[in-house]
Ligand binder design. Structure first.
Ligand code: PLP
Length: 382
């Protein structure tokens, strides 16, 4: 069985060397815009590509405002901050995600509270959320207070894991009821929609990442997206050193950050985004091939959940137990096919081990069994 899987992956990618999880592809105008950017000398803070890239994200996702920043982690930190997360607050998130989700919460001097995921979507479980909130919180002056720690729960960060939309409508509804602001971690889900609406546009704010392994890349980069004008202006202000607009004077009215995406990165982003449709078509094609293959096996291939349209950023399968999973990882990596276990659960990481963790049985179960499969774009016209 293991060798059939590895042979199948080899047949998908048709390369001699080892097959990695993701590899960015550049088959559009990347070099042209990069050259144009260098020739213009506007490689840094200002330049037309940053504005153009933001505008293209606005059009593609259907959101009103987009603010380009240096990476997804910085985007999440600032999104949380403008959403009202302050020192000593608690922010609910899911136990299974990339570490950056929790790091951004900590960067706001707040503490993450880890809850469970849904076995179906791999994203935050609305059942776990309501269970945690109804047992552990009360409302005081329109704020959600943790009755044990007495701290304010100001934010909630659901993640669209592997690009698959979570049950974001239910999560937003619950959080609205409890006066908690939702900031969506859509770092992996550019091109994924829930009820035909782009992920990252349901909460107060959302964030995207353009790291090298993501759906499209700017080398390193991120984006804050929101429909709220005031939060958008605040995000832009904070990420650009909080400088008051003036022709020559340097007056900064807040503790700002140097988080603006450089124009040189945005130039690559514009070229990448021009090809997003074909990139996602390719990813969906890979996913449907994996699905057909695994449908004839006892192994579950993780499919897009109901009501959603996933970008299939990272294809994944679920083994029957940890032992089987470990054996497969040994075998496939030995054969030069890079398969990876899912991230170690965040509350199991040493720096987060003392954080409040609600029942996370589904997350624990899945973390022992998931394998991520090579999911790079097959197109290579360069
Ligand atoms: C990649 C990623 C981030 C962080 O993005 P960077 O651009 O690498 O900082 C945050 N959350 C999730 C779920 C991610 O996959």
């Amino acid at each position: 069985m293991f060798s059939e899987i590895v042979d199948f992956i080899r047949s998908l990618y048709d390369v001699e060397e080892s097959i990695i999880l993701h590899k960015p592809v550049f088959f559009g105008n990347e070099k042209k815009y990069l050259t144009e950017c260098v020739d213009s000398s506007y490689v840094s803070y200002v330049g037309k590509f940053v504005d153009q890239f933001e505008q293209m994200i606005v059009e593609y996702t259907g959101v009103k405002y987009a603010i380009a920043v240096v990476n997804g982690t910085a985007a999440l930190q600032i999104a949380l901050k403008v959403a009202g997360v302050t020192d000593n607050d608690e922010v609910i998130t899911q136990a299974l995600s990339f570490i950056a989700t929790a790091n951004a919460i900590r960067h706001c001097n707040a503490s993450p509270v880890f809850i469970d995921i849904d076995k179906e979507t791999i994203g935050m479980s609305p059942e776990s959320l309501i269970d945690f909130l109804s047992k552990n919180t009360k409302q005081i002056n329109g704020r959600c207070i943790n009755i044990h720690s007495k701290r304010v729960i100001s934010g909630c960060v659901p993640v669209h894991v592997f690009g698959h939309p979570c049950r974001i409508d239910e999560i937003v509804e619950i959080c609205n009821k409890f006066n908690i602001r939702v900031v969506e971690d859509a770092a992996e889900s550019l091109g994924s929609f829930f009820d035909s609406k782009h992920t990252g546009t349901f909460g107060k704010l959302g964030i995207l990442s353009f790291n090298g392994n993501k759906t499209i890349t700017t080398g390193g980069g991120g984006m804050i997206i929101t429909n709220d004008k005031e939060l958008a202006l605040k995000s832009k202000h904070l990420t650009t050193t909080a400088k008051k607009p003036h022709k020559w004077e340097f007056e900064h009215d807040d503790l700002g950050y140097n988080y603006r995406m450089p124009n040189i990165n945005a130039s690559i982003g514009v070229a990448q985004l021009e090809n997003i449709e074909s990139i996602i078509r390719d990813k969906k094609d890979t996913a449907s091939k994996y699905k057909n293959f695994f449908d004839n096996t006892p192994i579950r291939f993780i499919c897009e959940p109901e009501r959603s349209n996933s970008n299939y950023w990272l294809n994944s399968i679920v083994f029957k137990d940890r032992e089987d999973r470990e054996k497969f990882l040994e075998f496939s990596n030995e054969k030069g096919v890079m398969c990876r276990p899912v991230w170690k659960l965040i509350p199991m990481q040493k720096i987060y081990s003392s954080c409040l963790t609600h029942n996370i049985d589904n997350a624990k179960w899945l973390a022992d069994r998931i394998v991520n499969l090579p999911s790079g774009v097959k197109i290579n016209k360069s």
